[in-house]
Design a protein around this ligand. Structure first.
Ligand code: BEZ
Length: 210
């Protein structure tokens, strides 16, 4: 069954490049990013995994655990990891699921048969510390994802979770935010004692809370 935003992320136990991992245990109380790669030894995936490894400190800063997935065997992943380090200059520093039986890919609906019935699409699931799915992205095999955008969305999601603010078009960290409609002006006075600007009763601009 398709997964939707707000659903509980399905748990699983899988073989990975860092041994057998239970997903929920791996996440602990942190947030998570689960992302799929169509196949080992493919060019776009190689660049994506190198870049994600380079950005790992940024995910760590946000208490986000990352885990990749490719529908190949663990031995292939280990061989491929050498190519990733050689060509991208960063060693893999997070687990990649060896989903050769497509168990996790099926659980997360990552195979789109009209695109390919053997490879996954490029899925990204951002999972909150409450284990709920907060964001889903789906890219075709031929287009590499923008992991700076994944970090930007995580910043927005975490601000919403902590401070009841939403983020406007093209927002980036440090820009003004929007008080979410569910917060009344009375509640906003407590949450945002420095005030806000009301452009419309439903459009209240506030400095980014820290
Ligand atoms: C790639 O990862 O480079 C790729 C995989 C499948 C189709 C096209 C590109």
């Amino acid at each position: 069954m398709a997964i939707r935003i707000g659903d509980t992320a399905p748990d699983f136990t899988a073989e990975t490049t860092m041994g057998t991992i239970n997903f929920y245990e791996y996440l602990g109380d942190d947030w998570g990013v689960l992302f799929s790669h169509p196949k080992d030894f493919t060019p776009v995936c190689t660049t994506e995994l190198g870049e994600t490894a380079r950005l790992k400190p940024e995910f760590d800063k946000r208490n986000v655990k990352i885990i990749g997935l490719s529908v190949d065997l663990s031995d292939a992943h280990h061989e491929w990891a050498k190519d990733i380090e050689e060509t991208q200059g960063t060693a893999l520093n997070f687990p990649v699921i060896a989903d050769h039986d497509k168990k996790v890919a099926d659980l997360y609906d990552m195979i789109h048969p009209n695109a390919s019935d053997t490879m996954t699409v490029r899925s990204v699931f951002v999972i909150g510390s409450d284990k709920k799915v907060k964001l889903m992205l789906t890219y075709p095999a031929s287009t590499g994802r923008n992991f700076d955008e994944v970090l930007r969305v995580i910043d927005s999601l975490q601000l919403t979770a902590k401070h009841s603010v939403a983020t406007p078009v093209n927002w980036k960290s440090g820009d003004d935010c929007i008080i979410i409609p569910a917060v009344t002006d009375e509640q906003a006075k407590e949450k945002f004692p420095d005030g806000w600007k009301t452009l419309k009763p439903y459009l209240r601009i506030v400095k980014q809370p820290s």
